[in-house]
Design a protein around this ligand. Structure first.
Ligand code: MTE
Ligand code: MO
Length: 428
């Protein structure tokens, strides 16, 4: 500890951003939140008293685990139910309370257009028809026998973060979850769609695949055949267990990097067509209407994006000191190559440390130490991907597109810190 204190903290950008080499020493050197506990403990000496929970055996094993009751505040956040759309709505992942880059299944965000259908897999079928040599029907049991692949990918609703474009004034009470919680990341396991299409024999005229779900919304989306043959899967497992009913049990289409809407849940039909089907959800919805009232249709990949999850909106820094800034970055175009952080509202930037394993089109954790001196700050992050894309500012998105459509917002998020250590969502 003494050694740490003697070592000068190396500043790498304005307003207290510190070198990544201090990351490992943070727990000892800081006067930050987590660190202050260990300092107190060391000063008062190591005194052992046997806590109550160590005095008798606890309950034994259980058939299915659940979180600690002391972590029960970590929950999905649901919006207001709309009586005109029974079962419609969304719930958001508590990004600010999670670490690493994988979302636990119970906390994966949800977006349903007509609720979660109660599907018995024994009565469910996936039909492949249309422009194929041989129409096919697969039961759940059939699909389980095919060779599978596993891939770690994010899923993001194209409406995620839309409030940032819609409203002219920033919602100061917003949290990472309330604005950006329609993104999650899991290891998806399933059957490559290319294998099933090959078996059905796609005819030369076919260029699109129309996917339809078995929910009461009968949600449909059209997918270009080239993407379907590339990396799309029929996902059957999510982080090792059968995908949850909320995520599409017993099977969903999973389309890596593309807007969440096209990953049709409760998948029941794939029809090969020579043009897009023009479903409701690709005409009236999920298109981007520009300022001149023309609309972009089929803007599929989600743009390069990041946000700081800690510290973030509605958190409180209790005393000046060293804190770890941490957050998530992702891109629908490839992998994250770089994340920069600013503590002075974008005037100066420093490169954050990325987690050791960076996956293609997956949430990627980043970190950087920061010395908060008790004065005003604006924290931002800016991500870069393997295709050379750089996360834009909110202002540049509004200048380019206007705010009629608020889908596909990947603008930079700003959290202000005031002199009492309160964090708020702001536009900067
Ligand atoms: N059949 C069906 N598929 C669907 C939806 C739906 O309502 N019905 N919602 C879509 C939308 S808008 C999104 S963002 C993702 C959400 O997936 P999740 O609920 O597993 O997070 O599923 C997509 N697939
Ligand atoms: Mo969505």
């Amino acid at each position: 500890m003494a050694k740490q204190e003697k070592q000068a903290l190396q500043q790498v950008a304005g307003n207290g951003l510190l070198s990544r080499r201090h990351l490992l020493g943070l727990g000892l050197s800081g006067a930050g939140l987590a660190a202050s506990h260990s300092l107190v403990a060391q000063e008062s000496g190591v005194v052992f008293s046997i806590p109550q929970w160590s005095r008798q055996p606890g309950p034994g094993s259980s058939p299915y685990g659940s979180p600690s009751p002391h972590a029960s505040h970590i929950q999905r956040m649901s919006g207001n139910p709309n009586p005109t759309y029974p079962g419609g709505g969304a719930s958001r992942s508590p990004l600010q309370y999670l670490q690493g880059s994988i979302t636990p299944n119970s906390l994966h965000f949800e977006r349903h257009h007509a609720g979660v259908p109660a599907i018995d897999p024994a009565g469910h079928k996936l039909v492949i028809n249309g422009l194929v040599r041989q129409p096919l029907a697969f039961s759940y049991e059939d699909l389980l026998r095919y060779p599978m692949v596993s891939r770690i990918h994010f899923l993001e609703c194209s409406g995620n973060s839309g409030a940032m474009l819609r409203s002219a004034t920033a919602d100061s009470g917003a949290t990472a979850q309330s604005i950006h919680g329609l993104v999650s990341c899991a290891e998806w396991t399933g059957v490559p769609l290319s294998a099933l299409l090959e078996e059905a024999g796609v005819l030369d005229q076919a260029s699109w695949v129309a996917a339809v779900g078995a929910d009461a919304a009968s949600m449909g989306r059209s997918l270009p055949l080239s993407k379907a043959l590339d990396d799309v899967m029929i996902a059957l497992y999510q982080n090792g267990e059968p995908i949850r009913p909320e995520q599409g049990y017993p099977m969903r289409l999973f389309v890596p990097g593309w807007e969440g809407n096209i990953s049709v849940k409760w998948l029941t039909q794939l029809k090969l067509l020579d043009e897009a089907a023009q479903f409701r959800d690709e005409t009236s919805k999920y298109t981007d209407t520009l300022a001149d009232r023309s609309s972009l249709q089929f803007t599929f990949p989600m743009g390069v994006k990041s946000l700081i999850t800690s510290p973030s909106g509605q958190m409180q820094l209790n005393n000046p000191g060293v804190y770890e800034i941490s957050g998530l970055a992702w891109s629908g175009h490839g992998s994250i190559t770089r994340v920069e952080i600013s503590a002075d509202g974008g005037r100066s930037w420093a490169d954050a440390e990325l987690q050791s394993q960076v996956h293609d089109r997956a949430l990627t954790r980043f970190r950087l130490p920061w010395q908060w001196r008790g004065s005003d700050a604006i924290l931002q992050s800016r991500a870069h991907d393997s295709r050379g894309n750089v996360q834009p500012t909110r202002a540049s998105i509004l200048a380019a597109r206007g705010n009629i459509a608020t889908y596909h917002n990947n603008g930079i998020q700003s959290w202000s810190v005031n002199s009492t250590g309160e964090l708020r969502n702001v536009y900067a």
